[in-house]
Design a protein. Structure first.
Length: 279
């Protein structure tokens, strides 16, 4: 079960600058914390290292094997920050959700593999997810869907709305964004939310051409999977369209709505489990 207390515990361990510059040591420590949490759940962990600008970084990949081994369902989140930002919402919230989701499914058996990935360097052009998605495509990995948790813990009284998009003016909803290939995942998340978290407002957006005409919907790791031809959705509180602490030193744990975060994580857990299929 996804719990608010569990989410808080993960956040307390992760929040703090985790950038590849002055915060490199903290980023590596966060990676160790995430790896420990995943292995404590009994998941099979691989630390997939990639090189960027002369330095090595880690994608942390934990698997819960399915009975058929013919498909994969991914839940992903990035763990890095920009400099001088503790990154509570961006994106310790997503990682905390990922860890709680992983804990919620380990006692169940599924048809497809459930794979949990903490990506490095999302804030710097997504090289971690690009590295993973390109290799997955090259080897024909059977990825049936990707749930990308990108800032899932902030609610506020105001909501900016980009031109051409319909959304409430109150920032109390979770957004689920897919490309045309991913409209089934978008529908699954909305339907699951109605059952698992009926008080959680969900706003869906399906974009054409992998979001080429709306660049802000490509600003996370799901875009690498879109471009590789895999269905993927970004689950987000809409970042700078709502959160005034975005990329600032004030992005701290006390600004988050943990009840909201728990509802989002619980909906994602149930959506991923439904897609993977109970064995």
């Amino acid at each position: 079960m996804v719990s608010e207390s569990g989410i808080r515990t993960h956040l307390e361990r992760l929040v703090g600058p985790r950038d590849p510059y002055a915060g490199y040591a903290r980023m590596e420590a966060a990676a160790d914390t995430i790896a420990h949490a995943l292995t404590e759940l009994g998941l099979q962990l691989v630390e997939d290292r990639f090189r960027c600008d002369g330095r090595w970084y880690r994608n942390l990949i934990a698997s819960h094997p399915g009975s058929s081994r013919h498909g994969q369902v991914l839940v992903v989140a990035h763990y890095d920050t920009v400099p001088n930002c503790p990154g509570a919402d961006d994106n310790a919230s997503g990682v905390a959700g990922l860890l709680e989701i992983a804990g919620a499914v380990t006692d169940h058996h599924f048809r497809d593999d459930l794979v949990f990935i903490a990506f490095a360097l999302e804030e710097y052009g997504n090289p971690g997810s690009l590295y993973y998605a390109e290799r997955a495509k090259a080897c024909g990995a059977p990825i049936r869907g990707v749930f990308d948790l990108e800032m899932i813990g902030y609610t506020g009284p105001t909501q900016a709305i980009p031109p051409g998009i319909q959304a409430p003016a109150l920032g109390d909803f979770i957004g689920v964004v897919g490309n045309r290939q991913s409209d089934g995942l978008v529908a699954l998340f909305k339907e699951t939310a109605a059952l698992v978290a009926p008080m959680l407002p969900v706003q869906a957006l399906v974009v054409e051409d992998n979001g080429a005409n709306l660049p802000l919907v490509r600003q996370s790791d799901h875009a690498a999977f879109w471009d590789a031809g895999y269905p993927a959705v970004m689950i987000t509180d809409t970042a700078f369209l709502r959160n005034p602490h975005y990329h600032l030193p004030t992005d701290t744990l006390d600004t988050l709505n943990l009840r909201f975060l728990r509802q989002v994580a619980a909906t994602t857990a149930a959506s991923a489990a439904s897609l993977a299929g109970f064995a």
